[in-house]
Design a protein around this ligand. Structure first.
Ligand SMILES: [Zn+2]
Length: 354
């Protein structure tokens, strides 16, 4: 990945409510060439511009100004969606420190190599659009910065670029894709973990199994109480059966698949996975300080991450945090059933709901 990092780009120390209201952030995308050969990297330039008269705030992980850890692009090949194969993290709900401020009239540009995150090993006519949901912050922040996710946020999109790409192997994500997972069915193995970390992870896996057993008991009994509606929204039979199938797959993965947990991550958030690389889970700093069970726990983090694997439930991260997930269930149940934290909170069931 080829990233231009920004200097001096930080959230203002103080700000007043009402400064966020204008809708004035735009995204544009460009490429140096529109025809790429087999030896070319797939490089795009993304520019975010504040066209308004007031500062605009944007979640850091919805920008390309750092290591990319979310899907930030819509990519199609010959009209069909190309899946994001990059990293999916579990993060705490955002606070003030998680936003960049873009001052009026300012633009920031990043250069991104896309074939590490989207499968571009097949020749075809591609379209590429910068597209991130919940990208913007409006006037829902309190001055302490603790209430950023309480309101349905906006999205940010660029126009789509068309580019002809000659497919080749290896390229990007395909070059990194590992062989099928190894290990005995139902085994738990470790990478770069101390003995004490291994023991903690073993307990966390048991907690995750308890949560997935409990979730399957609930859904298998076809209950439609507050626990379901709080996290997945109003009842529909098709959404309910999707959620049920997700938890059957999550439980099956914990019970029967070879899981590897890697402890080398030093990021501040909880954990991450690559959705095309089951069943390897990378745990990070926040994981170690989380409680074993309950809200945003170690067990729940493993449920969250397990739900991301395409062979399990293929979930995405639309919002992070309990208040954001609860709002999403009301505003957009179709996204809630595709949101990893919603699965985690349903599994954790804290405080317990019927
Ligand atoms: Zn996630």
């Amino acid at each position: 990945m080829n990233l231009k990092h920004l200097g001096g780009f930080a959230l203002a120390a103080s700000f007043s409510l009402g400064a966020f209201a204008a809708d004035g952030l735009t995204a544009s995308i460009s490429m140096d060439k529109r025809t790429l050969g087999a030896s070319d990297d797939v490089v795009v330039h993304v520019t975010l511009t504040n066209t308004s008269a007031v500062p605009q705030y944007v979640l850091k992980w919805h920008t390309p100004f750092g290591e990319i850890e979310e899907s930030l692009f819509d990519v199609t090949r010959d009209g069909a969606k190309v899946a994001y194969e990059g990293l999916h993290a579990k993060r705490p709900a955002p606070t003030a420190a998680d936003y960049y401020v873009i001052q009026p009239g300012k633009s920031y540009k990043a250069t991104v190599e896309l074939s590490q995150m989207y499968n571009m090993s097949i020749s075809g006519d591609y379209t590429i659009r910068y597209s991130t949901k919940s990208a913007k912050l409006f006037s829902n922040a309190d001055p302490s910065g603790r209430a950023f996710d309480k309101k349905q946020p906006d999205s940010l999109q660029s126009d789509a670029l068309s580019v002809s790409i000659e497919g080749t192997l290896p390229r990007g994500a395909i070059a990194k894709a590992p062989a099928d997972p190894v290990g005995l069915a139902g085994s738990l193995s470790f990478s770069k973990c101390t003995a004490s970390q291994q023991s903690t992870i073993t307990s966390a896996k048991s907690a995750a199994q308890n949560m997935s057993n409990d979730a399957n008991g609930y859904l298998g009994a076809n209950k439609t109480g507050q626990r379901y509606t709080k996290w997945f929204g109003s009842y529909s039979s098709s959404r309910y059966s999707t959620v049920k199938s997700h938890f059957v797959a999550i439980k099956d993965a914990f019970d029967n698949k070879p899981i590897t947990v890697d402890c080398s991550c030093k990021k501040s958030y909880y954990a991450y996975v690559y959705p095309t690389q089951p069943y390897k889970i990378y745990v990070c700093n926040a994981f170690w300080s989380a409680p074993m069970t309950g809200t945003d726990s170690k067990g729940g983090t493993l449920v969250h991450e397990m739900s991301h694997f395409n062979v399990v439930a293929g979930t995405d991260d639309h919002v992070y945090g309990q208040s954001g997930a609860a709002s999403l269930a009301i505003s957009n149940p179709a996204q809630a059933i595709d949101n990893a934290d919603s699965h985690e909170y349903f599994g954790e069931n804290t405080p317990a709901l019927p």
